[in-house]
Structure formats: C-alpha cells, structure tokens
Design a protein around this ligand. Structure first.
Ligand code: PFF
Length: 470
C-alpha cells in the first residue's frame, strides 16, 4: 500500500497503526517467509524423533493426513484472517470483531498468540544455541571416531554447563534480533531469500549421501511402509499436535504474515504450497537421517536426543563425516533462525504499532525480555534441573521450567489457538468476506472447505486438546 493510500485511509482508531512497510514484494517472498517459519527444529529435530518413537510409516501416514485435513484448512483460515485485518494479530482481530459485530474478546486470541510466540522463542533460542554449538563440534572434527559414551558426554557436558548454554542462547537471540530489526523487506525477506534455498540444497546433499549408504532402502521402508500394529492412539494424537507445531499454526504467526499478503494473491494456493514445502523438508530430513541411523546400528526411537546424541555417532563413522556433520548442523541453525524470526516478528510488530515505539526499540524490548526468560530454560538443564515450580498441579509433576514452557505452548496454547481460528473463520466471520478473500467461488470446493473448517478441523483439534488436558 502506498503512503498516499495510507494517509487516505487513516482516521479510524485502528488505522493509525498501518504497516509502514506493508507488502511482501511477491507471492514467492511470502511463500519463502511462511515456509521459513514453518520449517524449523520441528521438521529436522522433532519430526524424525517422534517418527522414530512411533514406529515410522503408519505414523507418517497419519501425520500427512493431519497436515492435509486439519493443517492446511487452518493455515488458509489464519492467513485469510490476517489479510482481511491487515494489522498485527491483536489489532487485526479487533478490527474484524468490530467490522463483523463480534465479541471484542476475540482479540484475546491475538494476545494468546503473542504470549505463545514469546514463550516458544525463549526456549527455541536455547535449542537453536545447541545447534550452533554442534556446528562448531562437527567442524572441529570432534565426532570423528568418537564412542557413544564420548558423544553422550559431549551432549551432557553442554547441557550441564549453564554459562556455555547462555552464551549460545545469547548468540542465537542476537542473530534473530539483528535480522528482525531491519524490517520486513530489507531484513527478513533478504535473509530468508538466501536461507531457504540454501536449506533445501543442503538437505538434498545429505539425502544424496544417505542414498549412497547400504541402508537407504531400510530408511525408506521405515518412513513409508505403514505397519499399523505399531501405531498407538497416542501416536495419532501426537501426529495431529505436530501438524500444528510444524506449520506454525494457532499462534498468530501466519496471521501476521497474512497481513502482508497482497490482495491479488491466492491464499489457498499459497497455503498449500507452504504446507507442501514444510512436509517435503520433514520427509527429506527423515530420508537423510534414518538410513544413517540404520547404517550405524543405532536406535530410531532414541527420543529428543536423536540428532544431538545419535547422529554425531553416524557422522563420526562416515567418510567426510566432519563435512557432512557441519553441513547438517548449519542447516539446523538456518531452519531454527527463520522460524525464530517469525516468532519475534509479531511481538515487535505489535510493540511497533503502539505509539512512539520504533522498530529498534520494539526489537530491543521484545528480544531482551525473551532472552531473559530464556535463562530459565538454560538453567532447567543444570542448576534448576530438580526445580519443578508447578509440581502441585498433576499435569506439571516432575516438569522443569523448560518442560512447562514446551507443554503449555505446544499442548495447550497452539491447539486452542487453532481451534479458535477455525471457529472464528468457520462460524463467526462474515461469510461473504471469507468467500471474497478465498476467491474460490461458491462451488463444491468452497463448500467442502467450509465443512472442514466448521466441523472436521475443530473436532479433531478438540480431541487433542482435551486429551492433553486430561
Ligand atoms: N514451525 C516451527 C518448527 O517446525 O520448528 C516452530 C514454530 C515456529 C512454531 C513459529 C510456532 C511458530 F509460531
């Protein structure tokens, strides 16, 4: 939107908060940024390890189904709400509630998203810091020929050393702030334009390497041959929950990005593209990881330590392992960074919209407070490892501050946010406006989309949400 249009439309309460740098330069730029948010630790660290824990193929199939049936419709809804409002999540929701004569409390959904971004980034940054640390380990050749005990104590040593964790966390946060402070076009777009294709390329190189091992077909089988006897109810629910996490849904992130999307761009096509990119990256990560796991006689169900404790063993044994190890962890840092940018952006965008707060000040206030909260996660792995602040509530028994942050955001806030987004778009928003935004006509496509949004997606999410609460 031009300066002239901005001035011309200014005047209402909300209109004083126009984006000063309003639109993505192209549909591709939006796709890069949104996939930058979606593709992260969730794809490369979490997807392989939960797939490993849940026995492979059948879990992957259910996960793909969840992406298609719940994830994509909710992403479409979230981007659509964002574009219709055209502001940061809270203001967008206020405007839509205003326009469609809805309860003004819908803006609480925006607050919830800001709070979740804030909480997630505080620990995401610490894990991003581990990845930076492992780039160094790999590059220095520390994995070469190392025993599993040595690899284990390398990881244990990092977690036990609060000051070192703090340093890596700080480094990660500074990098995120430096990108976000430069604003949408000059900072985020340019950074993501380079980072995303680099990520894809690096993954392809790693899959290429995996394909050269003897166990590639075993890895392929593990990922794609569905053995339903290995699938548990819990696995189904965790597949659905992960669909939210991996697509960055229910938090206002896609809502904020949607507010920058030009009107002429198709939301449906764009959301489908982003979801496909995200899924392909996760599957590529699986393809790169599992053949290595099998080729080295390692355990696919090793849990969250899979990449940090298990892969270095594989890298230690393979020819050129230092090189591929460095590449792999660099890739993880890149993926984590682009997701982290999307977590800080809504916080800053919102601060910026408040009178008198510049982008620099907003980034500093937001970034430093998140960094401060991150110290609690840093300490959760050492000094506070036995500190269980909410142990008086049964759900939080035995949980450290980090565990609580992870649980509250991924298991409670994100599903609730997704559920509310589906309900807002499906039941409350002006139907004509939804139709106009989606530009699909009023045929079978639109009708089935509305059906999924009104019934299927909320029901599925409600199940996960209630399950997690119980
Ligand atoms: N989607 C990111 C990942 O898979 O790592 C994590 C994430 C980013 C979740 C942004 C939520 C969010 F708002």
């Amino acid at each position: 939107m031009s300066e002239a249009t901005q001035t011309a439309t200014a005047g209402t309460v909300a209109d004083d908060a126009r984006h000063d740098n309003p639109m993505w330069s192209s549909r591709l730029a939006f796709i890069l940024a949104a996939s930058g948010s979606a593709v992260g630790l969730g794809n490369i660290w979490k997807f392989p390890y939960i797939t490993g824990e849940n026995g492979g193929g059948a879990f992957v199939l259910v996960y793909l189904l969840c992406i298609a049936v719940v994830g994509i419709p909710i992403m479409i809804a979230e981007v659509m709400i964002g574009r219709r409002g055209g502001r940061s999540p809270i203001n967008t929701l206020r405007i839509i509630a205003d326009r469609d004569k809805l309860n003004p409390r819908w803006k609480l959904l925006g607050w919830m998203g800001i709070a979740a971004s804030f909480l997630i980034l505080s620990f995401y940054s610490v894990i991003g810091g581990w990845a930076i640390n492992y780039v160094g380990h790999a590059a220095s050749g520390a994995f070469a020929g190392a025993s599993s005990d040595a690899i284990g104590s390398m990881f244990g040593g990092l977690l036990g050393d609060a000051s070192s964790l703090l340093m890596w966390h700080t480094l990660f946060m500074v990098a995120v702030m430096m990108i976000v402070v430069r604003g949408l076009k000059s900072g985020m777009e340019r950074a993501i334009n380079i980072l995303m294709p680099a990520l894809f390329l690096l993954l392809l190189v790693l899959v290429g390497y995996a394909a050269s091992t003897d166990e590639f077909s075993k890895g392929l089988n593990f990922l794609f041959a569905a053995d339903f006897s290995k699938l548990t109810t819990e696995g189904v629910l965790s597949a659905l929950g992960h669909a939210f996490f991996t697509l960055s849904l229910g938090m206002g992130v896609m809502l904020a990005y949607g507010s920058y999307l030009p009107k002429r761009v198709s939301i449906v096509k764009t959301a489908v593209t982003v979801s496909v990119v995200d899924t392909v990256v996760a599957l590529l990560a699986g393809l790169a990881i599992f053949p290595l796991v099998f080729a080295n006689g390692l355990e696919p169900g090793a849990g969250p330590g899979l990449i940090f404790q298990t892969l270095p063993l594989a890298f230690g044994k393979m020819a050129g392992g230092s090189f591929f190890g460095t590449l792999f962890f660099a890739l993880l840092v890149i993926a984590a960074l682009t997701s982290a940018i999307s977590l800080l952006e809504p916080v800053v965008e919102w601060l910026e919209e408040q009178k008198g707060i510049s982008r620099l000040t907003g980034t500093l206030i937001g970034g430093v407070s998140i960094w401060l909260l991150g110290i609690a996660t840093v300490l959760s792995f050492n000094e506070w490892a036995e500190f269980h602040p909410l142990a008086f509530l049964p759900v939080f028994e035995g949980k450290t501050v980090f565990d609580i942050l992870d649980y509250v955001t991924a298991n409670l806030i994100m599903p609730l946010g997704g559920l509310l987004i589906a309900i807002l778009a499906g039941w409350f928003m002006n139907k004509q406006a939804v139709e106009n935004e989606l530009d699909m006509g009023n045929g079978i496509g639109f009708k089935s989309f509305m059906f999924v949004l009104r019934f299927l997606a909320p029901a599925a999410v409600a199940v996960v949400f209630i399950y997690n609460l119980l």
